[in-house]
Design a protein around this ligand. Structure first.
Ligand code: AMP
Ligand code: MG
Length: 409
C-alpha cells in the first residue's frame, strides 16, 4: 500500500500554512463567539465609588455601638445619586442597594435590622462593624488592570465585562469568507426531484452549515457538475475568498478533476490523500492567502474531513488556541475491529452512566449520511491496531461540543 501522510502529519502541514489571525474592531453586539485580539484594561475602578450592598441606613458605626440606637433620618440616597448628603453624629440616611455611601458614614445597616420610631427617627437594632455592607471603591477591579486577556473567547459573560468597561468596539480576530463548490454531474438542487441516476446535493448545504457554525461568512455556494472548465471557473472565483471548499472529484476516477484543476489554477497542493478513514482522497492546496480544500464527495467523508482538516485551520486562523475537536476518553461498550493502515474515525454516540461510555453507530458506510447524522462523536481507532476490545478505554472526538475556550493572542 502507498504510504499516505498520517492524519497528524497532514494536519501539521495544513496548520503550517495557516495565515496569522487578523485584528479588526467590531461593534460589541457582533463579538459573541469571537476571540479577543488585544487585552482589555479597566477604564475605572469597580465599584467606581463606595457602594451599598443593601437597602438600609448608612451610619457612623460608632453611633450604633450600643443598640438599640436612635438616629435622626436626614435624607435618602438612591442608586444613581449624583450628590451626597452630609451626615453628622447621631444622624443617618436611608440608602438603597447600589447607591454611593456618604463619606461621613462607614457602614450600612440593613433595613430588616431597623424600626422606624416616627417619620424622621429610626432605631437601629443591631450593631454594625465599620465597612459592613459597603463595597469599597476598586475592591473588585482596580482601574488600569487587565480584565480580559488577549485570546479570550468572548461568551455572554465576556460581553458583559466588555460592556462594563466601555468597550463599544473591541478588537477581535476577524472571521473568514468562504466559497463552497459542489462537483458532480449527478447532483440536483434540494428543491428538485432527482431523475434516474441523479441525487440531491447534500454536501453543499451541509458544508455551508459547518462553516456558519464556526462563524464564517459563506459568500457563495454553487454546483458545477464535472466539467473541468466550469470547475476551473468556480475555483478562480473561489480563490478570491479566504477559503475555498470543494467536494467531490478528488479521487482517481475519469471525472475527478478537482486536484488537477486546483494545481492548474495556481493552488499548489500541500498534500493529496491522507491515511484516514473515511476521507482518504482529500486534497489541500494554497494560492496566496487562500486555502483550498478538496473534500471527498461521499457526504460522510466530506463531513468528517471538514472536521478533521478544515476546522482546525479555520479556528487557528480565527485566533483560537483549541483548534481540534474536543477529545475525551470513554469506555467502549462493544468491540470494534479495524483493518490496520489508516486512522479510522468511526461514528459513535456518547452516554453518561456514572462513567463516560461510547458506542459505535452502525451505518451503511461513508455514503450513509442519514445513519451518520445520529452520531455525536467519532471513535478514534489508531491506524496500526486491528481493533479495540469491549470495555477498553478509547479516544473519542466530540462533534458538537461547545466551542471551548479560545486562547491565542
Ligand atoms: P466523488 O468523490 O466525486 O467520486 O463522489 C463520491 C460519491 O459521493 C458519489 O457517489 C457521489 O455521487 C457522491 N457525492 C458527490 N458529491 C456529492 C454531493 N454534493 N452531495 C451528495 N453526494 C455527493
Ligand atoms: Mg464526482
Amino acid at each position: 500500500m502507498v504510504d499516505y501522510l498520517s492524519y497528524e502529519e497532514a494536519l501539521e502541514r495544513i496548520l503550517a500554512q495557516c495565515p496569522p489571525p487578523v485584528k479588526v474592531t467590531l461593534p460589541l453586539e457582533q463579538c459573541l463567539d469571537r476571540v479577543l485580539a488585544s487585552p482589555v484594561h479597566a477604564d475605572a475602578d469597580v465599584p467606581p465609588f463606595d457602594k451599598s450592598f443593601m437597602d438600609g441606613f448608612a451610619v457612623r458605626s460608632a453611633d450604633v455601638r450600643e443598640v438599640p440606637a436612635r438616629l435622626a433620618v436626614v435624607g435618602e440616597v438612591a442608586a444613581g445619586a449624583d450628590s451626597l448628603p452630609s451626615v453628622a453624629p447621631g444622624e443617618t440616611v436611608r440608602i438603597m442597594t447600589g447607591a454611593p455611601v456618604p463619606p461621613d458614614t462607614d457602614a450600612v445597616q440593613m433595613v430588616e435590622e431597623s424600626r422606624m420610631v416616627d417619620g424622621s427617627t429610626v432605631e437601629i437594632l443591631k450593631t454594625v462593624a465599620p465597612g459592613r455592607n459597603v463595597s469599597r471603591q476598586g475592591r473588585e477591579v482596580a482601574r488600569g488592570s487587565v480584565v480580559l486577556e488577549a485570546g479570550r473567547l468572548i461568551g455572554p459573560g465576556e460581553i458583559g465585562v466588555l460592556a462594563s468597561f466601555g468597550q463599544a468596539r473591541p478588537e477581535v480576530f476577524r472571521s473568514l469568507s468562504v466559497a463552497v463548490v459542489s462537483t458532480g454531474d449527478e447532483l440536483v438542487p434540494v428543491d428538485t426531484r432527482p431523475r434516474f441516476g441523479q441525487i440531491r446535493n447534500s454536501n453543499g448545504p451541509m458544508i455551508s452549515a459547518l462553516c456558519r457554525r464556526l462563524g464564517l461568512k459563506v459568500e457563495s455556494e454553487v454546483s458545477v457538475g464535472d466539467d473541468p472548465e466550469r470547475i476551473a471557473e468556480a475555483i478562480r472565483f473561489g480563490l478570491k475568498f479566504d477559503l475555498l471548499l470543494l467536494s467531490g472529484g478528488v479521487s482517481m476516477g475519469e471525472y475527478d478533476f478537482v486536484h488537477r484543476v486546483l494545481e492548474r489554477e495556481g493552488a499548489g497542493l500541500i498534500f493529496h490523500k491522507a491515511a484516514v478513514k473515511p476521507g482518504k482522497p482529500i486534497c489541500v492546496g494554497r494560492k496566496g492567502s487562500t486555502l483550498a480544500f478538496g473534500l471527498p464527495g461521499n457526504p460522510v467523508s466530506a463531513f468528517v474531513t471538514f472536521q478533521l482538516f478544515a476546522r482546525p485551520m479555520i479556528r487557528r486562523w480565527m485566533g483560537f488556541e483549541s483548534v481540534s475537536l474536543r477529545r475525551v476518553e470513554a469506555t467502549l461498550t462493544q468491540a470494534v475491529s479495524h483493518k490496520p493502515g489508516r486512522t479510522f474515525f468511526k461514528p459513535a454516540r456518547m452516554e453518561w452512566s456514572g462513567t463516560l461510555r461510547v458506542s459505535p453507530v452502525e451505518t451503511g458506510g461513508s455514503a450513509d449520511l442519514t445513519g451518520f447524522a445520529r452520531a455525536d462523536s467519532l471513535l478514534v481507532i489508531p491506524s496500526h491496531v486491528s481493533g479495540i476490545a469491549a470495555g477498553a478505554q478509547a479516544s473519542v472526538l466530540l462533534l458538537d461540543a461547545d466551542p471551548g475556550r479560545g486562547r491565542l493572542a
